[in-house]
Ligand binder design. Structure first.
Ligand SMILES: *[C@@H]1O[C@H](CO)[C@@H](O)[C@H](O)[C@H]1NC(C)=O
Ligand SMILES: *[C@@H]1O[C@H](CO)[C@@H](O)[C@H](O)[C@H]1NC(C)=O
Ligand SMILES: *[C@@H]1O[C@H](CO)[C@@H](O)[C@H](O)[C@H]1NC(C)=O
Ligand SMILES: *[C@@H]1O[C@H](CO)[C@@H](O)[C@H](O)[C@H]1NC(C)=O
Ligand SMILES: *[C@@H]1O[C@H](CO)[C@@H](O)[C@H](O)[C@H]1NC(C)=O
Ligand SMILES: *[C@@H]1O[C@H](CO)[C@@H](O)[C@H](O)[C@H]1NC(C)=O
Length: 694
């Protein structure tokens, strides 16, 4: 640069010296030479401002406006961008770029040691894809799955239609993927983040008024007892293939083509006509149970006062064998069978996670527009069936249609039944990962609270019925919603909430809820109890909703007997006075195949009061099996571990395959019984002893 400069000066000097310079002076005139331009915007001779000539561009013929040069109004932020933007990319191009980013994030050393950051960065890219070119969302997730080996068949698991690809696309498009939502998604579904913490709960405006103090005086027992049937987790398998492999290597057994890989051509264990330990319920077993119920429970003539069904009608098919038709078929046939076989009392049913398509999915209304309605077909369907069977009044049917199939029934006897769609706190529902800092994004717990306040005002008692339990070992539901549920139960117990019933794990379990968030657990603080009656029918493997999860829950689980329970309920307090459980030994079913004279035998398994109550002093026959009683049972268990051994056997419905509970299992099990929410279970209990299935 310098060299050029010097050369330029030299050149100038040469030119100067070559012309003939006349030394002279010149004085310019004191007014502007106005003739230079033909037109002016202002007075060119005025001394207060510079002349503004009207300049016409001979090339463009444009006349430049005064505003361009007016010193008082300098235009800024010219809206004509001198640099063009690139053309919008095609959807294919965007996808290509997103996959390149996925690759670069997955390989980038910036994230070494920070798998969680890596996962959330990928979800940020997924969010862009989902918002800009949603049709590529599922394909992006298939690539994500392949890159991190999240499934053995990514195309099926993350694809469109029966896969979860479209759901994930909706979720990441709306979620805070860089924050709590993203961390929880990465933890639960991809095992790439640590679990985010339980968030502080602000209850200051949740309840419209504080818990009454003192509580209203308890209703007097009437001494009149009602029989109430509790069924759960029927999981009818209408595709059960008698004679197929009952000891398959993975997934749902007793199905065509699902062999034992060690013996693909010869069936090792032919599926018996009435069912097997690693299969769902064949129609023959469903009918045997439904025939046994009236015969064994003394309800042949009058039926039950009512029946509660705590969810899961549909079998555990792989996702790509499920369909809306299949779910509707099962809902139709099972409710029809209940109507035909159980007598006249109404059946109050809650939806289970398998009673949806895709299974475990249910979307919150807050998604808005058509997306908010994407499961209405199911709510309309079951509500229509409940109306058809004459189990629900019109008001409850309307609530069910509008509210995720959850409803409130006000019975004439003063009991209110409130059912919940517990997919709204189930970990496997992807839609729960939207707005997670709100513990009630779906509004389901608002609905519950409003109904409980209404019942309190009316002096009515309530039973809450759902499917996925809120506590026990804390492995199934989400932290924040169950933390809130626990506070709601405390607020309305025991004067409003008389009982809570769940299903889902197929095992016979119990949960005690305490006051003050279980900071003191004693007979005095025990407020409510949830009866978890897992599986009327034996069942198993949660593989289909958990197959993308890591850890022990992937293992196909099973090995329980088939059973049902009847409660004796006080007709004034709606407390449980006695509970009777029957079961059938699945281990005997193969021996029934050689004949047709008899089917399965259901026999009495146990009486809850007699089994656990003998060590509880001062509890009269007219005192209910309430939370206080159950807390004292857990104290008796602490003193005498043989009671836990008994509980463990009954948890699996006396299955020959239930493994003994010893050592840490004893204390863990008592701890689970006292844990009604995920944070309490996680805070207090040793993990790994929740299930007796193996
Ligand atoms: C011009 O752009 C700047 C920067 O974006 C902005 O702050 C300013 O408000 C704009 N001014 C006008 C007059 O539009
Ligand atoms: C089931 O098959 C496995 C091999 O896949 C075998 O080890 C096991 O003993 C079989 N169980 C029964 C009950 O037949
Ligand atoms: C079983 O496998 C055969 C051969 O691959 C196939 O044709 C058939 O459709 C399969 N049936 C089922 C029910 O999966
Ligand atoms: C998230 O919460 C906000 C605020 O309540 C709500 O407007 C929005 O619809 C919610 N989004 C989803 C996807 O649930
Ligand atoms: C359970 O019943 C006993 C005996 O009737 C009563 O003293 C106790 O307060 C009840 N507990 C609850 C939580 O209702
Ligand atoms: C209840 O206790 C659990 C376990 O200590 C805690 O994580 C949670 O935040 C508590 N909930 C409330 C509302 O205080």
């Amino acid at each position: 640069m310098l060299a050029t400069h010097i050369y330029f000066l030299v050149a100038l000097t040469r030119i100067a010296s070559s012309v003939n310079i006349q030394p002279s002076t010149f004085t310019a005139p004191g007014t502007f030479p106005t003739s230079v331009f033909s037109k002016y915007y202002n007075n060119p001779t005025a001394t207060s401002a510079q002349p503004q000539p009207v300049v016409s561009d001979p090339a463009t013929h444009e006349i430049y406006p005064l505003a361009l040069t007016d010193p008082n109004t300098i235009p800024i932020n010219n809206t004509v961008d001198p640099h063009p933007l690139p053309p919008a990319a095609s959807s294919a191009k965007i996808f290509e770029a997103a996959i390149a980013q996925l690759k670069s994030i997955s390989e980038s050393p910036i994230f070494s040691g920070d798998t969680c950051g890596r996962c959330q960065a990928i979800l940020e890219v997924a969010k862009f894809v989902s918002l800009s070119t949603p049709s590529n969302g599922p394909a992006f997730f298939i690539q994500f799955c392949n890159t991190f080996k999240l499934s053995s068949n990514c195309n099926v698991a993350y694809g469109q239609f029966s896969g979860i690809g479209s759901v994930l696309t909706q979720v990441v498009a709306n979620a805070d993927v860089g924050g709590y939502d993203g961390q929880a998604l990465c933890q639960n579904f991809f095992s790439m983040c640590p679990a985010p913490p339980t968030l502080p709960l602000d209850l200051s405006s949740w309840f419209s008024k504080p818990k009454p103090n003192p509580l209203p005086a308890p209703t007097k027992c009437s001494g009149n007892r009602l029989n109430v049937l509790h069924l759960s987790d029927l999981h009818l398998d209408p595709r059960y293939l008698t004679g197929a492999e009952a000891n398959c290597t993975s997934g749902l057994c007793c199905r065509k083509n699902n062999t034992n890989t060690q013996s693909p051509n010869i069936v090792l264990s032919p599926a018996p006509r009435y069912g097997a330990y690693r299969c769902d319920t064949p129609l023959s077993l469903a009918l045997a149970a439904l025939q046994a119920i009236p015969a064994l429970t003394g309800t042949k003539d009058n039926g039950f006062a009512w029946t509660i069904y705590t969810g899961d009608l549909v079998s555990h098919d792989p996702d790509n064998q499920l369909s809306r038709d299949y779910v509707e078929y099962t809902e139709t046939i099972v409710f029809d069978l209940f109507k035909k076989m159980l007598g006249s009392g109404p059946v109050y049913a809650a939806l289970g996670n398998h009673d949806s398509y895709n299974q475990a999915q249910d979307a919150p209304h807050s998604l808005g527009g058509a997306l908010a309605q994407q499961f209405s077909w199911n709510y309309d369907h079951v509500a229509g069936l409940w109306k058809h069977e004459n189990w629900l009044p019109q008001a409850a049917v309307a609530l069910a249609r509008a509210h995720y199939a959850a409803y409130m029934v006000k019975r004439v006897d003063g009991l209110r039944i409130i059912t919940l769609n517990t997919d709204m706190w189930y970990r496997a529902n992807y839609f729960n990962y939207l707005n997670m800092t709100n513990p009630d994004n779906s509004g389901m717990l608002r609905f519950l609270t409003d109904e409980l306040e209404d019942a309190e005002d009316a002096g009515d008692k309530v039973w809450i019925i759902g499917h996925v339990l809120t506590g026990w070992d804390g492995t199934n539901p989400l932290k924040n919603p169950t933390n809130l549920f626990y506070q709601i139960v405390d607020r309305f117990s025991p004067h409003v909430v008389a009982n809570i019933f769940f299903g889902h794990t197929h095992e016979d379990q119990i949960n005690i809820f305490y006051s003050n968030n279980a900071t003191t657990m004693s007979a005095d603080t025990a407020g409510a109890v949830s009866w978890v009656r897992y599986s009327t029918f034996f069942l198993k493997c949660l593989f289909s909703e958990l197959y993308i999860q890591m850890g022990p829950s992937i293992t196909p689980l099973t090995n329980l007997n088939s059973g049902f329970r009847v409660y004796e309920v006080d007709s004034a307090t709606f407390e449980i006075m006695d509970a009777h459980t029957w079961r059938s030994d699945v281990n005997t079913f193969s021996s029934l195949d050689s004949q047709t004279a008899v089917g399965p035998t259901y026999g009495y398994e146990y009486n809850t009061r007699e089994t656990y109550g003998s060590s509880i002093s001062g509890w009269g026959v007219d005192d209910p099996l309430n939370a206080t009683w159950w807390h004292r049972v857990t104290e008796a268990m602490e003193a005498d571990s043989s009671l836990v051994t008994t509980f463990n056997t009954l948890q699996g419905k006396s299955s020959v395959r239930t493994k003994p509970c010893t050592g840490d299992c004893i204390t863990a099990k008592i701890c689970y019984m006292r844990s009604g929410s995920v944070p309490i279970a996680m805070q207090n209990c040793k993990q790994g002893f929740g299930s007796v299935q193996s």
